[in-house]
Design a protein around this ligand. Structure first.
Ligand SMILES: [Mg+2]
Length: 234
């Protein structure tokens, strides 16, 4: 087994459950917008919301990886009828986005995450590779990591190789000495595997492995991670 020197981690659904954060964040963000505007907004159904999102992405492909810009465009879609003044509208949208980001960071770490990172930090270089817009520095985890790469930084989403290639460039550590840990079979495990990066799958929902006949090493409790790592790698 290769010697691991760098461990990279996905964030959403790897360190915390994203659904329990993102839905309340969406609801609170809408409440904030209505209260601040003093207007009742017709938000439509989830399908409408997804259609608007997909339409906006079709008009500007950078919105696929620039989630901040995408969210601001979505807010603009709903609030533009209430503004005559573009400067005031822009300021409002920026404030709405700041509010959403604050809500989006109200995550609850899976049990054992911080303890594992504290221990790993003593022995390995650690990095973050996320397709989302969570910031480990806003979550009190920043000091554990040597670097953090978002889709904004990569101008691309995993499983595209850019996040992984940037990690190699920043760390100077070869793919064969890198381990990537994440929940997503395609974005995390296949994306890393295709480059020759070692992988461990965080499978907190105990899903079957369906991509091929070669299931990755997996775990569903962060308290198991250190033992799993040392029994599979030096
Ligand atoms: Mg994830």
């Amino acid at each position: 087994m290769p010697k691991i020197k760098l461990i990279t981690f996905d964030l959403d659904d790897t360190f915390w459950d994203i659904r329990s954060v993102i839905f309340p964040a969406e609801i609170n963000s809408r409440k904030w917008i209505e209260t601040t505007l003093g207007e009742k907004i017709d938000w439509g159904s989830l399908d409408n919301f997804m259609n608007i999102r997909n339409y906006l992405i079709s008009t500007d492909s950078s919105l696929e990886y620039d989630l901040g810009k995408l969210r601001k465009k979505i807010v603009e879609h709903y609030v533009h009828p209430y503004f005559d003044n573009k400067t005031a509208q822009k300021a409002f949208i920026n404030e709405a986005y700041a509010h959403f980001l604050k809500e989006r960071h109200k995550v609850v770490f899976f049990s054992g995450v911080t303890k594992a990172l504290k221990e790993l930090n003593k022995h390995y270089m650690l990095g973050v590779l996320t397709n989302g817009n969570a910031d480990v520095n806003l979550l009190g985890l920043g000091h554990f990591f040597n670097f953090s790469i978002s889709s904004m930084d990569a101008k691309s989403n995993k499983p595209n190789p850019t996040h992984f290639e940037m990690a190699k460039e920043i760390s100077g550590i070869a793919f064969q000495n890198t381990l990537h840990v994440g929940d997503h079979p395609i974005n995390d495990i296949r994306g890393a595997r295709d480059l020759g990066i070692n992988t461990i799958w965080f499978n907190f929902k105990n899903n079957p492995w369906e991509l091929d006949k070669n299931p990755p090493i997996e775990f569903n409790q962060w308290s198991e991670f250190i033992n799993l790592l040392s029994s599979n790698y030096d």
